[in-house]
Design a binder for this molecule. Structure first.
Ligand SMILES: NC(=O)c1ccc[n+]([C@@H]2O[C@H](COP(=O)([O-])OP(=O)(O)OC[C@H]3O[C@@H](n4cnc5c(N)ncnc54)[C@H](OP(=O)(O)O)[C@@H]3O)[C@@H](O)[C@H]2O)c1
Length: 307
């Protein structure tokens, strides 16, 4: 078998169909459903069970089926010599930017209130005076496209990165002091960081205590970026005033979780941007061909840097 797709939580049928139509010569198998007894060159993996990666013979490279790679970096069964890649294509990034621009504009322009006024036949013209400052934590594959989308609307953007580097035209911050400086000014603070030992729990009570009063926190990174017990006391104190959460420590979010009913929390079920079969198939075929010709997979992850 040349290509193995491991995704026990989803129907991989449409993805396999797309790959077959693009590259009929690639021999594909999926798990669950295969014995794993044949050698495998390249595995594309999401939510693999413990021990599975250690059973794959002849593996040259793996790729995450999505943008996040923490499930691969933390898997003790993945041999050190196997290169890790990920799928973070232009459609995934554009869909993330669309979600974030949509959510920020809806909140900033208070678009919901017009429905309430319409229900009472009230004619109340209203628009905000000045654009908000958007603070983006992480300016990688998702963050850089999101920054450009806000800038196209003349909405100012500032960014926080590990190196302090990022696209031109943005105020950039680094280090804990830099993060706090950004949080003091941002009207919307958006987490688009990869999950690493350094970023786990970065959205915590200490950060909230310096956020701009009236601001909104948006987490579309990973649930573990947020110290969940710190959020409700912070919202009750008004810093931030509102939170929009797409990702959670436990998914699906348990029915009795307090986040569901808190008036200042908006929830979407981890769908800010989802990997679409058509784009994933194109990227998998391109990545597979790179691996077959002796090159690293697409979106090569730096194992030392852990993203
Ligand atoms: N909710 C959804 O539907 C959804 C969809 C897609 C992706 N995601 C998530 O979105 C997040 C971003 O994805 P991505 O592909 O854009 O990630 P990425 O390309 O790996 O992000 C790299 C960016 O994060 C910065 N960074 C890394 N570690 C840092 C640290 N310790 N301190 C400050 N900045 C740090 C990097 O700084 P340097 O530039 O200095 O290296 C770079 O700007 C991931 O968590 C991913 O899982 C969620």
């Amino acid at each position: 078998v040349a290509l193995l797709i491991v995704a026990p939580d989803r129907d991989t049928g449409p993805l396999v169909e797309e790959i077959r139509s693009l590259a009929p010569e690639i021999e594909i198998s999926t798990w669950p459903g295969s014995e794993l007894s044949e050698p495998i060159d390249f595995a594309v993996v999401w939510q693999q069970p413990p021990g599975l990666l250690g059973r794959l013979k002849g593996l040259k490279a793996v790729s995450s089926l999505g943008a996040g790679v923490e499930h691969l970096l933390t898997d003790p069964d993945l041999p050190d010599h196997v290169a890790i890649g990920r799928l973070a294509g232009p459609r995934l990034a554009a869909n993330m930017a669309a979600y974030l621009v949509g959510q920020v504009i809806k909140d900033w322009k208070r678009l919901d209130q017009f429905s309430r006024w319409q229900a009472h036949q009230q004619w109340r013209p209203w628009a905000p005076e000045t654009p908000p400052l958007v603070g983006l934590l992480g300016l990688g594959a998702m963050g850089s496209v999101t920054a450009t989308a806000f800038q196209a609307l003349d909405i100012p953007v500032a960014g926080y990165t590990r190196s302090g580097n990022g696209p031109k035209g943005l105020d950039l911050y680094r280090g804990e002091a830099g993060l706090h400086q950004l949080a003091q000014q941002a009207d919307y603070l958006i987490c688009l960081l990869p999950l690493t030992p350094q970023t786990r729990g970065i959205l915590n009570g200490r950060l909230f205590s310096v956020m701009k009063p009236g601001s909104m926190l948006i987490n579309v990174g990973r649930g573990e970026h947020l110290v969940e017990p710190d959020l409700i006391p912070a919202l009750d104190a008004g810093r931030p005033a509102r939170a929009l959460l797409d990702v959670f420590t436990e998914e699906p979010l348990p029915e009795d979780h307090r986040f569901w009913t808190h008036p200042a929390i908006r929830i979407t079920p981890h769908c800010a941007s989802i990997t679409l079969a058509a784009e994933a198939a194109e990227l998998i075929v391109a990545s597979y061909r790179q691996v077959q010709s002796g090159h690293p997979p697409l979106g090569l992850v730096d194992r030392q840097r852990v993203y």
